[in-house]
Design a protein around this ligand. Structure first.
Ligand code: TYD
Ligand code: MG
Length: 442
């Protein structure tokens, strides 16, 4: 059915697999019970539960181990999502090549064994313990996995495999869900960790990773510009560790290279002495990240000054410029102002205000801001610098990425200064734009 008669929406109907005959009343609930424990479960005292059972092992890629929370947990299911071409297949093939004691079954629904061999030649490493299977039928994959009993199963990608039990085509919501639950059952029953690869489009709407997030134990997302060489692997969900972790990789001619000191990415992007550039610490959805904001202020050639903003609301830019004019005495009315958010991103987080103001001022004075400095605060109409939410996470992200100083609102001071003492980043609280100028461009 194309249109749902209940809500009137198009293409929202999803095919559900029929429940097994012996348990015709079986619901999703009883099915998920079968996943977690095969026998009838009895309540246990929390204190009596032996948690040493959660054993971890290292997979030989230090950054990946760290994002996973200190290695891979046996019997866990990990989803690696990302846009096509970002390097998911490369990373997952590098795991068995780096960790030679790990018997791995690498299932590919996209590439032939020859192609995989070719890629592994390029990546180098040791393929002694890596079995390869080109297959898209779920039942065969699970059968082979049970037969070969690998220590790690990698399935690339969940959208290409299908189950005979359903009529719908591979990649549809019901197939993806059915295949993932079958693989989850395999993972829990055999205590084998399973890595699923999932494609995701820019807006994350395509059937796939999004609907799997609640099934799997760990969700890692690969981000970055496929044309650039840097990739960020971020933990979005982790039942065995923190979700604040991120790892940075560089795509090279011989595969992904770990970047253990991520600040090396941001620094060589421009020379120290370029004016008009400021870094803002913003939060998009639930994830913090740092973006570069570029401004160009020049003398207006014609009567009416030009204002242009790419990736940012131009009305808000006009407001910020008006604030600068009124409260800080800058004669911007006779200047053209161009604003650009680097990397083609769009920002709407008010925490970018301070970085925008700083980049405009920097271009106006032609004084550069150190690339190791970033900003996170909102600017109010009277020129006051206002607090923003989740300031600790912004500071932590900036610290992780190697920044040395962050400017925040003095109203955020309390929460941010309560942080641990050994932090490597200097937090500077400012109360208004004049104070910011004094500290930045003195
Ligand atoms: P891939 O892992 O196939 O992406 P995904 O599985 O996420 O779709 O990687 C694709 C890109 O990586 C491809 O454009 C080529 C590039 N690449 C390298 O630059 N170096 C390498 O060693 C490899 C294997 C791939
Ligand atoms: Mg691939």
């Amino acid at each position: 059915m194309g249109r749902c008669p209940a809500c009137g929406e198009w293409n929202t109907m999803v095919e559900e697999p029929k429940a097994p005959k012996e348990a015709s009343s079986a619901t999703a609930l009883s099915r998920s019970r079968a996943i977690i424990s095969a026998q009838d479960a009895l309540p246990q005292m929390l204190d009596d539960i032996d948690f040493s059972a959660e054993s971890r092992f290292s997979i030989g890629i230090a950054e990946l181990d760290r994002v996973l929370g200190g290695g891979m947990v046996e019997g866990s299911m990990i989803l690696i999502g990302g846009e096509p071409g970002i390097g998911k297949s490369t990373l997952s093939l590098q795991i068995p090549l780096c960790c030679k004691n790990l018997r791995t079954l690498y299932v590919s629904g996209e590439e032939s064994p020859k192609q995989i061999k070719l890629r592994s030649e390029r990546l180098g490493g040791n393929g002694d313990n890596c079995m390869v299977l080109s297959e898209t039928l779920l039942e065969n994959i699970v059968g082979q996995a049970k037969k070969t009993a690998p220590q790690l199963l990698i399935v690339d990608s969940i959208q290409t495999i299908y189950s005979e039990a359903l009529d719908s085509s591979a990649g549809s919501v019901s197939q993806v869900r059915e295949c993932a639950s079958a693989l989850l059952r395999f993972a829990k029953e055999s205590n084998t960790p399973v890595i699923l690869i999932g494609h995701i489009t820019k807006d994350g709407t395509i059937a796939g990773p999004k609907i799997l997030e609640h099934i799997v134990d760990v969700v890692l997302q690969f981000e970055g510009d496929t044309k650039g060489s840097y990739r960020i692997l971020r933990s979005i969900k982790n039942r065995f560790g923190s979700t604040d972790e991120l790892a940075v990789f560089e795509m090279t001619g011989i595969g992904l290279r770990e970047v253990s000191n991520p600040s090396e990415i941001l620094i060589p992007m421009h020379q120290d002495d370029l004016s008009g550039i400021a870094i803002g610490a913003m939060i998009d959805g639930t994830r913090p990240f740092l973006i570069e904001i570029q401004a160009l202020v020049s003398t207006a050639a014609y009567g009416t000054p030009q204002r242009s903003a790419t990736g940012f609301d131009s009305r808000r830019l006009n407001m910020l410029l008006a604030v600068l004019e009124k409260r800080a005495g800058f004669k911007l009315a006779s200047k053209d102002v161009f604003l650009n958010i680097a990397g083609g991103l769009k920002v709407s987080d008010p925490a970018c205000d301070l970085a925008i103001v700083a980049s405009v001022l920097s271009s106006n004075f032609d004084l550069y801001i150190s690339p190791k400095v970033c900003f996170a605060a909102e600017v109010g109409l009277s020129g006051e610098i206002r607090p923003v939410s989740q300031i600790e996470r912004r500071i932590a992200e900036a610290e992780k990425l190697g920044f040395e100083q962050i400017f925040i609102s003095s109203f955020n001071k309390e929460s941010s200064f309560a942080r641990r003492k050994d932090s490597r980043i200097k937090v500077t609280a400012v109360s208004d734009i004049a104070a910011l100028c004094r500290v930045l461009f003195q």
